[in-house]
Ligand binder design. Structure first.
Ligand SMILES: *Cc1c(COP(=O)(O)O)cnc(C)c1O
Ligand SMILES: [Zn+2]
Length: 258
């Protein structure tokens, strides 16, 4: 059975998977989803994943949910909202490889996602968890890709999206995208961290589910980027993986199960 566990090695306290938590109530550490009795038959799963790629069921066509056995935090999949995220190509970058003095360089181009960033891989999982918990509103503090992705999945899942923006520090293209998806935006005279602290209090009081990168279920979905990349390479890992970093949520997702 899936549960949430504190990321801190000195704590590792476990909580039910359906608790609405973003940090460990005991020590404040980040939380991760774990699956203590997960049994993996590697050959059978590889076959299953390949079969699903040829199917038309929405869950199987998704480059996230196709790999659902590797992050089984849901008991049933009726609450999933998929926009056919993932399935992003590996593009060979010959000129860039030569420029960088490399033999070979390949991009896993996450811009092919429905809202244009890898945030969609995680957001489909975050919004599925919100719906499973019966949440009617989701929120994030964001200046860019997270807000557009959250707004798209919330709209598709019939949930209200609230986006809190730090005053004067916003990507207008991304904001326009979120507004097109019907999100409500609120500009606050404070910086990112101050607003996050404020909306955590607000979320508890008003039953709003937070989908910032502290949300452990977004990390679960982002694991699919590496899994899909390996699938596309017939399970031969590359020498190096280079990732962009912000809060390092995506990086944490990439090194899972190492
Ligand atoms: C969100 C984002 C990042 C930062 O990701 P983290 O998981 O917070 O490290 C980097 N690049 C792009 C394009 C992003 O959308
Ligand atoms: Zn803890």
């Amino acid at each position: 059975m899936a549960c949430l566990v504190c990321f801190e090695q000195s704590c590792r306290t476990e909580y039910p998977i359906t608790d609405v938590l973003y940090n460990c109530p005991k020590c404040g550490g980040l939380l991760e989803a774990i699956y203590p009795d997960m049994a993996i038959d590697v050959a059978a799963l590889r076959r299953l994943f390949r079969e699903r790629r040829m199917g038309n069921a929405p869950l199987d066509a998704s480059g996230v949910w196709r790999y659902r056995e590797l992050f089984p935090f849901l008991e049933d999949y009726s609450q999933v909202v998929t926009l056919r995220e993932g399935d992003t190509p590996l593009l060979d970058a010959g000129a860039a490889a030569a420029y960088g003095g490399l033999d070979r360089l390949t991009f896993k181009h996450q811009g092919y996602n429905p809202t244009g960033s890898f945030k969609d891989n995680g957001m489909t999982c975050g919004v599925a968890q919100a719906r499973r918990l019966g949440m009617k509103r989701v929120a994030c503090v964001s200046t860019g890709n997270t807000s557009a992705s959250m707004a798209a999945y919330a709209a598709a899942g019939d949930i209200e999206a609230l986006i809190f923006l730090p005053h004067g520090n916003v990507s207008f293209g991304k904001l326009a995208q979120a507004l097109e998806y019907g999100a409500r935006t609120l500009e606050v005279q404070a910086n990112f961290d101050e607003i996050l602290a404020l909306i955590r209090v607000l979320a508890d009081r008003l039953g709003i589910y937070l989908l910032n990168s502290v949300n452990p279920f977004r990390i679960e979905g982002q694991k699919s980027i590496i899994i899909e990349m390996l699938d596309q390479r017939d399970w031969r890992g590359p020498d190096w993986i280079v990732l962009p970093g912000g809060n390092l949520g995506n990086t944490a997702a990439a090194i899972f199960g190492r």
